[in-house]
Design a protein around this ligand. Structure first.
Ligand code: NAD
Length: 419
């Protein structure tokens, strides 16, 4: 994968600094919010089932917890850095604030390629990370969840590892979200981020007076977020014309058969080779002639180099920080509507919040209830951000950031800056 020179941290800081200027933040508060409260590197050396000992760098960052305990996923990729995790933790502070859940922002990272190992080896690494990071995880400190490279099975291992260390069957409160349902997870969490992306698209269609069934969509990423968004779009008769993942890019002008593609991807590990599609060049996804482009893969994918070639009217940011600041400027000049990440992909953390409350109450929420609440919250927030942007004549990213940062600043001052 080509790594852009624009890092996730640079993008997050850039967006924050512009917001701080617009909001006229005083220097001490600007400085406080530009830095994470805590960033930790933990080196782990587990022995894999093969007998091989590996050295793995892991990171935990808590950016800000004025609104509540830090919330954010565990990213497991071969090249994740402490800077990436710092930028992503900052994004989480704004996202939880914007979507209105009582959490702050955090993130953790494990520098390891999950695709290169057996499930047994991955479990060993997840458990080793949990033991190393245990004092930084807790319902009132930092609550992890799935992110790139991790899934609900991994969250189940995190919970088991913590309760095992405590000598108890369950944890005392919610230490991790996105768990398997049988271990206290919530119905619908796996699809929540992707569905949330589609709920913001639905709200946008409503504002623009068009119908989702008329939308032609291209998606980068066919993991948790991309595949759930594709399935929801197909259910609503939108045409998913092209999808890219690390294996390749595929397209079908009549719309891809998402159900068959899911089976193909599960069986082969990627979208490449799907029979009912044309195989394309990997980077061509951004040039697809479509109405909506959904980046749902890594960060810094929409750059100054490809932003001019984008052939979509709307970008719905399923991924975190997929657009570099230079690309953002180009998209704005081209009048491409961007539904910003901290709004567009906040469905996951919203349903994580429902899981958190469910775990304290020990009562399983129904899937209907989860989806109703998710749809209502995403629609409400989309409308608020869209209207605020229109009223002030600013972009949706600016409107979302102004709203989110103002709330965090208010919480910081309400708590007080002493001692
Ligand atoms: P995942 O690991 O399940 O899937 C990632 C997908 O992206 C895979 O299909 C992979 O092949 C593809 N990919 C990665 N790099 C690529 C590249 N350079 N070109 C093309 N395809 C590429 O990850 P996920 O959980 O779906 O997360 C995707 C994005 O959404 C990330 O930015 C993540 O931070 C963000 N996000 C995830 C959640 C969640 O609940 N999982 C919540 C909010 C935001």
């Amino acid at each position: 994968m080509k790594r852009s020179k624009d890092s996730i941290l640079q993008t997050s800081l850039h967006n924050f600094e512009l917001t701080a200027k617009r909001l006229n933040l005083d220097e001490p508060i600007r400085q406080k919010l530009a830095e994470p409260r805590e960033k930790i590197e933990i080196n782990i050396n587990p022995t894999l089932p093969t007998g091989k000992v590996v050295n793995v760098k892991t990171f935990v960052v808590r950016h800000n917890d004025a609104l509540g305990p830090a919330k954010g996923g565990v990213r497991m990729t071969q090249d994740v850095t402490l800077d990436d995790i710092t930028g992503l933790a900052m994004e989480m502070t704004w996202k939880t604030s914007l979507i209105g859940v009582p959490f702050g922002g955090g993130k953790s990272g494990i520098r390891f390629d999950p695709a290169s190992s057996s499930p047994g080896a991955k479990e060993v690494i997840i458990r080793s990370f949990t033991r190393g990071a245990i004092r930084h995880i807790g319902p009132e400190i930092y609550i992890p969840a799935p992110d790139m490279g991790t899934n609900e099975a991994d969250m189940g291992h995190i919970r088991d590892c913590i309760s095992y260390s405590e000598g108890t069957s369950i944890t005392k409160g919610c230490f991790v979200t996105g768990k398997p349902v049988i271990l206290g997870g919530i119905l619908g969490r796996r699809q929540a981020t992707g569905k949330g992306v589609v709920y913001t698209i639905l709200a946008m269609c409503e504002k623009l007076g068009t119908d989702i069934s008329k939308m032609r969509v291209a998606i980068q990423g066919f993991g948790n977020v991309g595949s759930a968004a594709a399935a929801e779009l197909a259910k609503r008769q939108a045409k998913v014309l092209a999808i890219a993942d690390l294996s390749g890019t595929i397209a079908n002008p009549d719309g891809l058969d998402i159900e068959a593609l899911l089976q193909h991807s599960q069986a082969t590990g990627g979208v490449k080779g799907f029979k009912k599609a044309t195989q394309l060049d990997k980077d061509s996804i951004f040039e697809t002639d479509c109405d909506i482009l959904i980046p749902a893969a890594a960060g810094s994918q929409i750059t100054a180099e490809n932003a001019e070639k984008i052939n979509a009217g709307v970008i719905a940011e399923g991924a975190n920080a997929p657009t570099t600041p230079q690309a953002d400027e180009i998209l704005n000049k081209r009048d491409i509507l961007v539904i910003p990440d901290i709004l567009c992909n906040a469905g996951g953390v919203f349903v994580s919040y429902l899981e958190y409350t469910q775990e304290t109450q020990r009562e399983q929420m129904t899937l209907d209830k989860v989806e109703q609440r998710l749809s209502k919250r995403m629609t409400q927030r989309f409308n608020e951000v869209y209207d605020f942007a229109a009223e002030k004549g600013i972009t949706m990213r600016e409107a979302a950031m102004d709203t989110a940062v103002s709330k965090v600043v208010e919480a910081v001052f309400t708590r007080g800056l002493l001692p």
